[in-house]
Design a protein around this ligand. Structure first.
Ligand code: CA
Length: 229
């Protein structure tokens, strides 16, 4: 079961989508504007967004770019336009997949399942759920991290960043790789974003750039996470 946000201004199409997705066992919310979608994506934990490209308030590509600014949730773009250029530009703007209207519920279900499988949000895959490094413990299933006895209050991106680094201990990870892992690919922002998140994460780990314990900045390259000596 996944939480799906449907962004569709046509009430008939919206109702059909909600019906089909609910039938598939998803928890579904629906909105009719890009602004409402941005608000939802910024405030609730979603597993997937289905985004209509022809919304009344914002162009689909612009909506997608703004969405990517607040969330790395997988997005399937639903488009009536068959034009290859619009598909390419939405994929470049951060869509994970697209589906051309009109589509059947079965077709949509297949796309959703493939995407959720690919992005690892289809549920517990039975993989190693615990990452440990020094006194750091990351519970992937619970999305919880502790350092010694202290629970770390991490944002979603901080958690994803910490996890990605902790799963590759001692390895220098470039900003580009980290951005792709945490924000998704393609990413349209600039590298400053990652430095800001790294500094927030570092503060929550109780350390400073000048005196790192776990999180090390490798100047001009990226970051690495390692257990203190
Ligand atoms: Ca529309």
């Amino acid at each position: 079961m996944s939480k799906v946000l449907v962004v569709e201004d046509d009430p008939v199409v919206q109702a059909a989508l909600v019906h089909a997705l609910t039938d598939l066992g998803h928890v579904v919310q629906a909105v009719g504007t890009a602004v409402a979608a941005l608000r939802e994506a910024g405030t609730s934990e979603l597993d997937l967004i289905i985004l209509d490209l022809g919304l009344p308030d914002l162009d689909g590509v612009a909506a997608l770019r703004m969405l990517r600014g607040v969330s790395n949730v997988p997005v399937i773009v639903a488009t009536a336009r068959g034009a290859e250029s619009s598909v390419v530009s939405t994929l470049n703007a951060g869509a994970d997949d697209y589906i051309v209207k009109p589509f059947s519920a079965e077709h949509l279900a297949a796309r959703i399942n493939a995407l959720l499988r690919r992005t690892g949000t289809a549920g517990p895959a039975g993989s190693a759920d615990l990452v440990a490094l020094g006194e750091l413990r990351i519970d992937l299933a619970q999305r919880a991290a502790t350092l010694g006895d202290t629970a770390l209050a991490l944002s979603r991106r901080e958690f994803d960043m910490l996890t990605y680094l902790a799963q590759r201990p001692g390895r220098v990870i470039s900003r580009r790789e980290l951005i792709q892992a945490v924000w998704g690919n393609p990413y349209v922002g600039d590298d400053k974003t990652i430095d800001v998140h790294a500094s927030w994460l570092r503060r929550k780990l109780g350390e400073t750039a000048a005196h790192p314990r776990y999180l090390h900045t490798v100047r001009g390259v990226g970051f690495k996470l390692a257990a203190p000596e």
